[in-house]
Design a protein around this ligand. Structure first.
Ligand code: X6L
Ligand code: MG
Ligand code: MG
Length: 152
């Protein structure tokens, strides 16, 4: 069954835009990409701002197969796990799969707490307003703002 799925991507080390673009080019079945958003870090140590986006897939892959894709893309970016919620070259999370819930030790879909995170909800709402509850209160504008790449 081909289903709609959403993955969330984030980066706050090095060439953030490059990390996101490189990963998106290597995620199978991507049909849409949200805008890139500059976001203040949530949780964890003091760290640099993130660049976040969400991609939509139309896919036959299972949640478990999508998790494997996420891990492959993080490995490509040489993600190193130093501390929980710490800075990372690339984070890719399975956010949502239409009609599917998973609750396993290493994989929970829909992503827990995704509905509390403006850095997920703002790009997700662009692609899938039906998935984001109407009563979700937008974050203060200062937490999430459009990415304006510096030219060069
Ligand atoms: C209380 C305690 C309330 C902890 C919230 C929320 C912790 C989110 C971690 C929390 C809490 C997280 C990104 C990020 C992370 C990202 C931005 C996390 C895990 N990933 N901040 N922080 N973008 N802006 O992709 O999401 S670490
Ligand atoms: Mg994450
Ligand atoms: Mg993750």
């Amino acid at each position: 069954m081909t289903r709609r799925a959403f993955l969330g991507l984030g980066s706050n080390i090095g060439d953030r835009e490059g990390h996101l673009r490189h990963a998106i080019d290597r995620i199978p079945d991507v049909v849409r990409v949200s805008a890139f958003w500059e976001t203040l870090p949530v949780g964890g140590p003091e760290q640099d701002n993130f660049l976040n986006c969400v991609v939509q897939l139309m896919t036959d892959r299972t949640a478990r197969q999508l998790l494997a894709v996420c891990r492959e893309r993080e490995a490509d970016a040489e993600r190193i796990r130093v501390e929980r919620w710490g800075p990372r070259t690339l984070d890719v999370d399975v956010l949502w799969i239409d009609g599917e819930t998973v609750d396993e030790h290493d994989l929970v879909v829909p992503h827990p707490r995704m509905f509390e995170r403006a850095f997920v909800l703002t790009p997700l709402r662009e692609l899938a307003p039906d998935v984001v509850p109407d009563d979700y209160v937008d974050a203060p504008l200062s937490d999430v703002w459009p990415y304006a790449p510096t030219e060069g």
